[in-house]
Design a protein around this ligand. Structure first.
Ligand code: SF4
Length: 190
């Protein structure tokens, strides 16, 4: 639970789940640059699921759900919906989740053409184009789109990736039950 409702129970940290949709993991990697700040942050938050820790297949219930990456295939849609259902506050980490970002460069290509270019006979002469039916490769959507076109998003943390300091401050604010203020230099990338 957020800190202002935690009372004297020192174990009642704000729980956080993170997922990677159609992203490069760069947002998660940047978050690790919080570095020593993680020691303080972990006094207030507990990561209950994240591929930074273990490759969870389910999104558990959590106070805060964070998504990196664009929604680009049917599996991403299911994970995004699961995040919304199981988490009180949903955060879009990075330009891909917030704005659709660099991952949407594929949007002027036909998905079938892309799959053929990537798979048809590429691994070996028998490799086939995935159909999305029972394949390890989920069916691509026609376009890669930002998270808020599929679910309600409460907080956007832009940047590619966002600065670690901004990610840390926004998560700490949410843990205190506050709405993060992301403005000024936090939105300047040079
Ligand atoms: Fe990767 Fe940038 Fe997208 Fe984050 S916003 S997933 S760093 S491309």
């Amino acid at each position: 639970a957020p800190a202002d409702t935690a009372g004297d129970d020192e174990d009642a940290r704000t729980t956080v789940a993170t997922v990677c949709l159609g992203g490069c993991s760069g947002c998660h990697m940047e978050f690790l640059n919080v570095d020593h700040g993680l020691v303080d942050l972990l006094e207030d938050v507990e990561f209950v699921a994240s591929h930074m820790i273990v490759d969870e297949k389910e999104v558990p219930e959590a106070d805060i759900g964070i998504a990196e990456g664009v929604v680009t295939n049917e599996e991403n849609v299911e994970v995004a919906q699961e995040l919304r259902e199981n988490c009180d506050t949903v955060v879009a980490w990075g330009d891909c989740a917030a704005l659709r970002g660099i991952m949407s460069l594929r949007n002027d290509q036909d998905p079938e053409d892309m799959l053929e270019a990537a798979f048809d006979g590429k691994a070996d002469e028998h490799s086939e184009v995935p159909t999305g039916e029972g394949d390890a490769v989920p069916r691509l959507l026609q376009d890669a789109r930002p998270l808020d076109e599929f679910i309600d998003v409460d907080v956007f943390v832009p940047g590619c990736p966002p600065d670690a300091d901004v990610m840390e401050a926004s998560l700490a604010a949410l843990a205190r039950g506050e709405t993060p203020e992301i403005s000024g230099e936090a939105l300047q990338y040079d």
